[in-house]
Design a protein around this ligand. Sequence first.
Ligand SMILES: Nc1nc2c(c(=O)[nH]1)N[C@H]1C(S)=C(S)[C@@H](COP(=O)(O)OP(=O)(O)OC[C@H]3O[C@@H](n4cnc5c(=O)[nH]c(N)nc54)[C@H](O)[C@@H]3O)O[C@H]1N2
Ligand SMILES: Nc1nc2c(c(=O)[nH]1)N[C@H]1C(S)=C(S)[C@@H](COP(=O)(O)OP(=O)(O)OC[C@H]3O[C@@H](n4cnc5c(=O)[nH]c(N)nc54)[C@H](O)[C@@H]3O)O[C@H]1N2
Ligand SMILES: [Mo]
Length: 740
Amino acid sequence: MSTQTLYEAPRPEGRPGETVITSTCGHNCGGRCVVNAHVVDDKLVKISTDPRRWTPDVAPLPACARGIGQIERVYHPDRLKYPMRRSGPRGSGQYERITWDEALDEVASQLLRVRKEYGNASILDGSRSGNTAMLHSRSALKRFLHMFGGCSDLWSSFSNEAEIFSVKTVFGKDAVCKSSGREPTDYVNSKLILMWGWSPMDGTFGTGTPQYLRHAKEQGVRIVCIDPRRHRSSKALAEEHIYIRPSTDAAALIAMAYVIVTEQLHDQTYLDRFVQGFDEDTLPAGAPRGSSYRAYILGENDGIPKTPEWADEICGVPADTIRRLAVEFGSTKPAAIHCGYAPGRTLHGEQFHRAAYALAAITGNIGVTGGNSGVSNGATGRYGVKSLPEGKNPINSKISSPLLADCLEKGSTGGYPDIKLIYSMAGDIFNQAPNTSKTVRALDNVEFIVGQDHFLTPTARYADIVLPATTFWERNDVHVPWAGAGHYAIFMKQALQPMYECRNDIDIVADLAKRVGIEGFNNKSELEWLKEFTEDRVDDFDAFMKEGVARFPEPEDAVAFAKQIRDPRNHKFSTPSGKIEIYSTNLAENPDPFGLGAISAIPKWVPHIETSDDYPLSMLSSKSRARTHSIHGNQEKLNRVDPDNIWVHPEDAAMRGIQDGQPVRVESAYGSTILPVRVTKDIARGCVSMKEGRWYTPDADGVDREGCANSVTRDFSSACGATTYNTAFVEVRPVNPGPV
Ligand SMILES: Nc1nc2c(c(=O)[nH]1)N[C@H]1C(S)=C(S)[C@@H](COP(=O)(O)OP(=O)(O)OC[C@H]3O[C@@H](n4cnc5c(=O)[nH]c(N)nc54)[C@H](O)[C@@H]3O)O[C@H]1N2
Ligand SMILES: Nc1nc2c(c(=O)[nH]1)N[C@H]1C(S)=C(S)[C@@H](COP(=O)(O)OP(=O)(O)OC[C@H]3O[C@@H](n4cnc5c(=O)[nH]c(N)nc54)[C@H](O)[C@@H]3O)O[C@H]1N2
Ligand SMILES: [Mo]
């Protein structure tokens, strides 16, 4: 094991005349792979990746189809090439070319006007996760808006807010998702792995994660998947697949805890030492009698023991299966539960994650080799690599992200700020937030929209001024992974000169800063910033730039919270009690921390499944291998890698007269969309599944024609601010060929 930073150059030789330059996709995809540009005369002629072979000791960083597909993206004919002003109705896509000076003067004067007329809270930061690298990211816009006097924020993550909240609640305020899981090198030390709503072979979750899982399987680790879909990871890795209805997982986990406790399979010594609130005698002083998790699962107060039969009714998982899985999980040591984020993107998503961590705690699997907390990220975090400082928002105007559409529709009459200006940069919020058609209908209330992107996306298409940004190939940056074999950074070396009239996001915003009278927005060069961001880890910046990958020393422990378990006297959890909090001290004191609804002090099942005769099917949306969210959605070639369709069980299809491959209309109480159907037993009965990120393409009647998942999802927030995409109820009907 090396104790110093090593530099690697993972690229093949180029052909004569080719320069080969290492970079990585800047997008928010969960992987961080090597993508090499082969360049001839400022033209990208080929993309290659890390040529090394995987062994348990060498972790190469191979790219997927999206990385290789970057060549189709960068030379796509629809790239935004110069600034434009809207010349037709919003959404029509009609624009005229203008100069940079004209465009920036207009944006600056609108920012000043709106600030003066309505105040800073009327300006919405519409930046998101299009590029998450250390320098060229949404941070540039945030820094600018903060220096401009502030803005309204969509504060919660679209993605894993339920996990973020649960990690802090259960493991403490210092715990962060990125370092609360374990290194993939530890997978092989488990005897049993439960992959719960987690498919890293579809939704990349750490470069190399599938290779380590495969290795674990080959070494005899038993893998079970719990998911409404039989996905690629399940087919490749799992010995057993358990189908479950979306948005009901907390019930299954609670019933597993019931079985483990009634069968005496729990680890009482571990619970006594490390856990608050499993038993009555570890409740904090002042907690009401009967408020422990044990009392809840046994039904001591509500008279409802949380038996497998009870959960079966809710989740559609046979009681015998729940019982068998619980006994297996409780009696196999060490065993690891790995959660994806999707089951937390539900109406009470925080209860899912907390129930999973509780199960890991009850069985003594947190902080031990081969066990896991329930979090699927790595154990190392960002390894001390810093990013562009955003400063503080001087005003406090926060909107839970899934409520974007409601905020735009209702404004102050709904208790929200009245948004008058949206600055969209490196985000596709109209497409990626729930209830897209409601968002788009509400835009009349917004006086000015900026769209800074590479394409006329479903969001940029509504902008009044469009600004063309460079891609990551056209600038220098640094990036780190958020999961997987985690201890490295990649230098994203500039491969191409800026194309057309495109400019770097930070330079665009710096010019706006000058125009509105902000001083000191950016006083460093690209390389000065990058050197500063990496100085704590990279001891030879020139070697890092030249070679491309910096490997940092392995973490002391491959599993998060190992110190707290090994040496509890000197290492406490950062919760109020210093323990793992199944019973949350903070929630007991303040059950509604965000004003979005109460959250119980212990994980509970909160009934919310409301299938009706009109919308009887539970829908989920998952990641596409052909896209990073909506990115790549316009690439015809890449899209063939993972075609878009809605999965329907054969019995549900037969009842509706639906044939495999035909177009169907998906309807919910919030909107509808049309896309082809895939009739398959790989989806649970009563459930359907489509992939998020298709570009919203409404026809004259407002019906989306391309399968955008958010044309049917509901703009509703969980009590912790999480999105609820996977609590969705729809009906699916055949569409006759021909006009509809
Ligand atoms: N190819 C690709 N990879 C990506 C991304 C991408 O856009 N494209 N995005 C990255 C990002 S930002 C993120 S946040 C991660 C996302 O990571 P996840 O949220 O973990 O990924 P999803 O694909 O949404 O869902 C994972 C699995 O959960 C299942 N699922 C959905 N709802 C439920 C439920 O209620 N219960 C259970 N048990 N299972 C459920 C789905 O069927 C799917 O198989 O992926 C990252 N990786
Ligand atoms: N129904 C449903 N909706 C979902 C999800 C789901 O599971 N189901 N998942 C959610 C998740 S996990 C996430 S993380 C969010 C993601 O939500 P977003 O971050 O809004 O989505 P992206 O599609 O990644 O949008 C990024 C945009 O940035 C642009 N871009 C990329 N690089 C740059 C750059 O360098 N400069 C500029 N100016 N623009 C750039 C891209 O072209 C793209 O238009 O979506 C969420 N939406
Ligand atoms: Mo995400």
